[in-house]
Each structure stands twice: as C-alpha cells, then as structure tokens.
Ligand binder design. Structure first.
Ligand code: SF4
Length: 353
C-alpha cells in the first residue's frame, strides 16, 4: 500500500503528492511487537501488529490528520516515524532519504528536523525543571546552547511566540494551566527550528475552550514558520479545523484517506461515517434529523484482529465476502483512497507504493 493522490482543494493549499514538494513518505510501515512463550526455550508464538502496512505521503507545509480510536496504531505510527520505536517493516523516507535504518549518530540530525508535541501537558514536562531549562533542553541535547545571552534571548522569543510572557521562564510547570503547559511543550519542540512536527493528541487533555486556542496557535505557527504537521487525534471533530487531508486508521491500517473537505462532505468508509456520526451537532433539530450510523460492539483486540476486513465485526454493511477477503486500500476516481468492498469498483486502482 502507499499514498493516495488527492486533488487540489479550492480553499486549502494543494494536497497533491507529486515530486519535490514531498517532505515525508511512509511506505508499508509495520510495527509488530513479538509475543513470546516458554521459559527455558523462549520462542516467538505471535505478534501484535500495532501498525500493519501504513502508507502515506506528506507535502511541505501540509497538515495530515491521523484519526482513529484508542489502540488503532496512530501514536505508534508517530513514534515509529520519529524512530522512537523500531519499524519491523516498510520505509520512512524523509527529504528523499531513507531514514528507516539510520544509526543513532545519524538520527541526531534527523531529530533536529522532526519533533514531537506530546498529549499530556502535565506528564511531559519535568516538574523539577524551570520553564527556561525545559525549553533550553533540546539545544543542550544537540550542543547548540553555546552563547548564554543568545540562548536566553532565544528562549524569551520562543515563549513570546507561543503566547507566554518572558518572565514565565523562571517558573515551574505546576504554576501553569494545562493550555499554558502545552504552549511550553510547543515552545520546546520549536527550539531546534524543525520542519516537521508530529502532534500526538496535543489537545485531548485540555478543556474544549482551550483546545481551539492551541489549535489556532499551531495553525498560526505553521503559517509563520512553514511547518508541516502530522496531527494525531481520536475524533474527527478535533482535526477538522487544522487538517488539509485526513487519514482514518482502524486496527493498524489506514481505511480511508482524503482531503478534509471530501472526507467531511462524503465519507466513504463505514468506519469514517460512524466517526463523523459520533460528532455532536449543536442544533438539536439538526441532531434529531441526521442519519444514524450504528457501529456494533467494541474495537477487537489488535492481538487477534478479525479475518477479512478488520471492521466486519462492527460494520452495518458487512457482506459474506467481508469475513474472508481483506479489502485493499484503493484510489478512487476523485483521488481519495478507501479500503472497503463497497467501493472496490472497476475504476478503483490499487494504491501503488
Ligand atoms: Fe464493511 Fe465490508 Fe466495507 Fe469492511 S469491506 S467496511 S465489512 S462493507
């Protein structure tokens, strides 16, 4: 499997995937965790396929929303791209270089350019460090904190950039609200002037009123600094505002990828339809009138995913073939890609790597 080739969007930057504009290409990424049995003769008996053949491309300046329920593999995908988890298969190509098997010394350079913003603004900041030390840390790790006055100035500038006051540098994380802590985390991720930031559920732990502020900050920073984002979230409401394209994951696979506008206007995969139907509508009359998409049961265990289409145990449209035939992710005539037998028509072409 590989990237979909979406069409340009009228209201957003083009999300096509051609040529030198690509900053990242993920080809058939797999992250499998072995399961062992036996005490004396330890042997692998199975594997948890947390990420199982994920492919997509990312253009410079684009935001790709990566969405799915807990345990679908979206955070594991982010960690594997950063090389904080080992890919057991596939390729991670950054700026035309295959970084999948780079040695630690090469990864130092890679991680200057690719940073992460974490979900938990409480747990991701060391409570014993002052904000100035937290934000300076990436410079220290990369031996870039030579001139003390210049570093102090850079920290003050970065705090201002994320909407914090320079005198906050001398305080500790517990003195800040969740939204402010997330701003500190964002400032830390920007210190090395990265090109690509993987935002792993950056607003999930925040109040709804604060979520919009942080999302707007990320969008503003993207414009000013030319950043590219992978924005991971567990529901489609959060990623709507910020994403150019959205990939929906289920049990380790991408089941649909499309431009934001296409996905919200006409979701094709039954799972995408269910995720969209779960977003509350503020208007009670519209809420009462909209079509229901019922999804049965819980997400199956990734240790033992269902045969055929992994969604068949919950899908309201499941057919006999869905239990035995695994649908490939195929590009549709309008440039999106979907993995569902309902859409495996003649015009659909298998997605090439
Ligand atoms: Fe539902 Fe079948 Fe499509 Fe899977 S392939 S999403 S079970 S209709």
């Amino acid at each position: 499997m590989a990237s979909a080739t979406p069409p340009p969007s009228a209201s957003r930057p083009s999300t096509g995937q051609s040529g030198e504009d690509l900053i990242l290409k993920i080809e058939d990424l797999q992250v499998h965790f072995p399961i062992y049995a036996g005490v004396i003769r330890r042997r692998q008996v199975s594997a948890v396929k947390a990420v199982d053949g994920v492919s997509f491309s990312l253009r410079r300046g684009e935001t790709l929303g990566l969405v799915g329920e807990s345990g679908c593999g979206k955070s594991t995908t982010g960690l594997a791209i950063l090389r904080m988890l080992t890919a057991t298969g596939g390729k991670i190509i950054y700026e035309n270089q295959d970084v999948t098997h780079w040695a630690p010394s090469q990864l130092r350079e890679f991680r200057r350019h690719v940073q992460m913003v974490y979900q938990d603004p409480y747990g991701s900041l060391n409570p014993r460090m002052k904000v100035s030390d937290i934000v300076r840390e990436p410079l220290e790790v990369h031996n870039l904190d030579g001139d003390k006055a210049a570093t102090r100035e850079k920290i003050a500038q970065m705090l201002a950039t994320v909407g914090l006051l320079p005198d906050m540098a001398d305080r500790y994380p517990h003195e800040f609200s969740g939204g402010q802590r997330q701003r500190i985390g964002i400032a830390r991720s920007l210190m090395l002037e990265p090109n690509l930031i993987i935002c792993d559920e950056p607003v999930s732990a925040l109040d709804v009123s604060i979520q919009a502020q942080v999302v707007n900050l990320l969008m503003d920073l993207q414009k000013r600094m030319g950043l590219t984002y992978i924005f991971i979230a567990h529901d489609l409401a959060v990623v709507r505002h910020i994403s150019d394209r959205i990939a929906v994951m289920y049990l380790g696979r991408i089941v649909e990828i499309a431009t934001r506008d296409d996905l919200y206007r006409e979701p094709l995969h039954p799972y995408t339809q269910a995720l969209l139907a779960a977003i509350p509508i503020a208007d009670p009359r519209a809420e009462a009138q909209r079509a229901r998409v019922e999804v049965k049961g819980e997400v199956p265990s990734v240790m033992k995913p269902p045969s055929g289409c992994r969604f068949h145990t919950r899908c309201p449209h499941a057919m006999p073939r869905c239990k035995t035939e695994d649908p490939a992710l195929v590009t549709m005539g309008d440039g999106r890609a979907v993995a569902c037998h309902l859409h495996s028509v003649e015009v659909a072409q298998p997605v090439a790597a």
